[in-house]
Write a protein that binds this ligand. Structure first.
Ligand code: FES
Ligand code: FES
Length: 162
Protein backbone atom coordinates (compact mmCIF):
# COMPACT_ATOMS: atom_id res chain seq x y z
CA UNK A 1 0.00 0.00 0.00
CA UNK A 2 1.34 3.42 -0.94
CA UNK A 3 2.39 5.47 2.07
CA UNK A 4 1.63 9.13 2.61
CA UNK A 5 4.12 11.62 3.95
CA UNK A 6 2.71 13.52 6.92
CA UNK A 7 4.02 16.11 9.34
CA UNK A 8 2.90 16.18 12.94
CA UNK A 9 4.04 18.30 15.84
CA UNK A 10 4.25 15.78 18.66
CA UNK A 11 4.92 17.04 22.18
CA UNK A 12 6.45 20.18 20.73
CA UNK A 13 8.68 18.48 18.16
CA UNK A 14 8.04 18.39 14.40
CA UNK A 15 8.02 14.84 13.05
CA UNK A 16 7.87 13.77 9.40
CA UNK A 17 6.56 10.27 8.83
CA UNK A 18 5.56 8.00 5.96
CA UNK A 19 2.31 6.28 6.98
CA UNK A 20 -0.13 3.91 5.34
CA UNK A 21 -3.48 5.65 4.76
CA UNK A 22 -5.17 3.11 7.06
CA UNK A 23 -2.80 3.64 9.99
CA UNK A 24 -4.36 5.22 13.05
CA UNK A 25 -2.68 7.85 15.19
CA UNK A 26 -2.29 5.47 18.15
CA UNK A 27 -0.21 3.10 16.00
CA UNK A 28 1.97 5.94 14.74
CA UNK A 29 2.59 7.16 18.28
CA UNK A 30 3.33 3.74 19.74
CA UNK A 31 5.05 1.99 16.82
CA UNK A 32 6.75 4.76 14.82
CA UNK A 33 7.54 7.22 17.59
CA UNK A 34 7.89 4.79 20.54
CA UNK A 35 5.55 6.94 22.62
CA UNK A 36 3.90 4.04 24.41
CA UNK A 37 2.14 6.04 27.12
CA UNK A 38 -1.12 6.10 25.15
CA UNK A 39 -2.75 2.69 25.49
CA UNK A 40 -4.86 0.46 23.29
CA UNK A 41 -7.71 -0.75 25.46
CA UNK A 42 -10.77 -1.47 23.35
CA UNK A 43 -9.73 -0.27 19.87
CA UNK A 44 -13.29 0.89 19.17
CA UNK A 45 -13.71 4.28 20.88
CA UNK A 46 -15.21 2.82 24.07
CA UNK A 47 -12.60 3.14 26.85
CA UNK A 48 -10.58 6.36 26.48
CA UNK A 49 -7.19 4.72 27.20
CA UNK A 50 -5.82 6.08 23.91
CA UNK A 51 -6.87 9.71 24.51
CA UNK A 52 -4.44 12.36 23.28
CA UNK A 53 -4.81 16.08 22.60
CA UNK A 54 -5.07 17.07 18.93
CA UNK A 55 -4.72 20.82 18.59
CA UNK A 56 -5.74 21.01 22.26
CA UNK A 57 -8.87 18.84 21.99
CA UNK A 58 -9.07 15.35 23.52
CA UNK A 59 -9.38 12.75 20.75
CA UNK A 60 -9.41 8.95 20.68
CA UNK A 61 -6.26 8.04 18.80
CA UNK A 62 -7.33 4.41 18.23
CA UNK A 63 -9.87 5.44 15.63
CA UNK A 64 -8.29 8.61 14.26
CA UNK A 65 -6.42 8.18 10.99
CA UNK A 66 -2.93 9.58 11.32
CA UNK A 67 -3.11 11.05 7.80
CA UNK A 68 -6.06 13.19 8.91
CA UNK A 69 -3.83 14.88 11.51
CA UNK A 70 -1.56 16.53 8.94
CA UNK A 71 0.31 19.46 10.52
CA UNK A 72 -1.67 19.22 13.75
CA UNK A 73 -0.26 19.47 17.23
CA UNK A 74 -0.42 16.23 19.20
CA UNK A 75 0.12 16.04 22.95
CA UNK A 76 0.50 12.68 24.66
CA UNK A 77 0.97 11.89 28.34
CA UNK A 78 4.74 12.00 27.73
CA UNK A 79 4.39 15.67 26.77
CA UNK A 80 2.50 17.20 29.67
CA UNK A 81 5.22 17.56 32.27
CA UNK A 82 5.86 21.19 33.16
CA UNK A 83 9.44 22.50 32.99
CA UNK A 84 10.79 19.00 33.60
CA UNK A 85 8.51 18.35 36.59
CA UNK A 86 5.38 16.26 36.82
CA UNK A 87 2.16 18.14 36.04
CA UNK A 88 -0.07 18.70 39.09
CA UNK A 89 -2.44 15.95 38.01
CA UNK A 90 0.41 13.44 37.55
CA UNK A 91 1.78 14.23 41.00
CA UNK A 92 -1.67 14.03 42.61
CA UNK A 93 -2.30 10.65 40.98
CA UNK A 94 0.89 9.33 42.54
CA UNK A 95 0.21 10.85 45.96
CA UNK A 96 -3.44 9.74 46.17
CA UNK A 97 -3.21 6.28 44.62
CA UNK A 98 -5.21 7.33 41.57
CA UNK A 99 -3.79 4.43 39.55
CA UNK A 100 -3.72 0.70 40.24
CA UNK A 101 -2.74 -1.24 37.12
CA UNK A 102 -2.30 2.15 35.41
CA UNK A 103 -3.56 1.08 32.01
CA UNK A 104 -6.31 3.69 31.91
CA UNK A 105 -4.21 6.40 33.57
CA UNK A 106 -2.66 8.17 30.54
CA UNK A 107 -6.09 8.66 29.01
CA UNK A 108 -7.52 10.02 32.27
CA UNK A 109 -4.54 12.32 32.78
CA UNK A 110 -4.91 13.80 29.31
CA UNK A 111 -8.67 14.28 29.77
CA UNK A 112 -8.19 15.97 33.15
CA UNK A 113 -5.38 18.14 31.81
CA UNK A 114 -7.74 19.39 29.11
CA UNK A 115 -10.61 19.90 31.57
CA UNK A 116 -8.45 22.04 33.87
CA UNK A 117 -7.15 24.07 30.93
CA UNK A 118 -10.68 25.08 29.90
CA UNK A 119 -12.28 25.07 33.37
CA UNK A 120 -9.78 25.58 36.23
CA UNK A 121 -12.42 25.05 38.94
CA UNK A 122 -14.82 22.36 37.73
CA UNK A 123 -17.74 21.17 39.85
CA UNK A 124 -18.08 17.47 40.74
CA UNK A 125 -20.71 17.18 38.03
CA UNK A 126 -18.41 18.79 35.46
CA UNK A 127 -15.58 16.43 36.41
CA UNK A 128 -17.86 13.40 36.06
CA UNK A 129 -19.16 14.66 32.73
CA UNK A 130 -15.63 15.31 31.39
CA UNK A 131 -14.48 11.83 32.42
CA UNK A 132 -17.55 10.00 31.15
CA UNK A 133 -15.65 8.65 28.13
CA UNK A 134 -12.78 7.19 30.21
CA UNK A 135 -13.19 3.79 31.84
CA UNK A 136 -11.23 2.20 34.68
CA UNK A 137 -11.55 -1.44 35.70
CA UNK A 138 -9.51 -1.24 38.91
CA UNK A 139 -9.87 1.78 41.13
CA UNK A 140 -13.58 2.23 41.74
CA UNK A 141 -12.90 5.85 40.72
CA UNK A 142 -12.91 7.38 44.23
CA UNK A 143 -9.11 7.77 44.52
CA UNK A 144 -9.03 9.21 41.03
CA UNK A 145 -11.57 11.84 41.98
CA UNK A 146 -9.56 12.62 45.12
CA UNK A 147 -6.46 13.01 42.96
CA UNK A 148 -8.26 15.34 40.57
CA UNK A 149 -9.53 17.48 43.46
CA UNK A 150 -6.00 17.61 44.90
CA UNK A 151 -4.63 18.68 41.50
CA UNK A 152 -7.24 21.44 41.26
CA UNK A 153 -6.26 22.69 44.74
CA UNK A 154 -2.55 22.52 43.87
CA UNK A 155 -3.08 24.48 40.66
CA UNK A 156 -5.13 27.08 42.51
CA UNK A 157 -2.43 27.44 45.18
CA UNK A 158 0.11 27.84 42.38
CA UNK A 159 -1.96 30.55 40.71
CA UNK A 160 -2.50 32.30 44.05
CA UNK A 161 1.28 32.33 44.58
CA UNK A 162 1.93 34.13 41.28
S1 FES B 1 -8.40 2.17 22.85
FE1 FES B 1 -9.25 3.97 22.04
S2 FES B 1 -11.09 4.28 23.13
FE2 FES B 1 -10.32 2.39 23.86
S1 FES C 1 -6.05 1.61 37.12
FE1 FES C 1 -6.37 -0.28 36.09
S2 FES C 1 -7.82 0.19 34.53
FE2 FES C 1 -7.67 1.99 35.70
Amino acid sequence: MKKELIELKVNGRMRELAVAPSKVLLEVLREDLQLTGSKRGCDDSSCGACTVLVDGTPMLSCTLLAASCQEQEITTVEGISEHGSLAAIQKAYGDRGGAQCGYCTPGFIITVKHLLSVNPNPSDEEIREALSGNLCRCTGYSQMYEAIKAAIEAEQRGLAAL
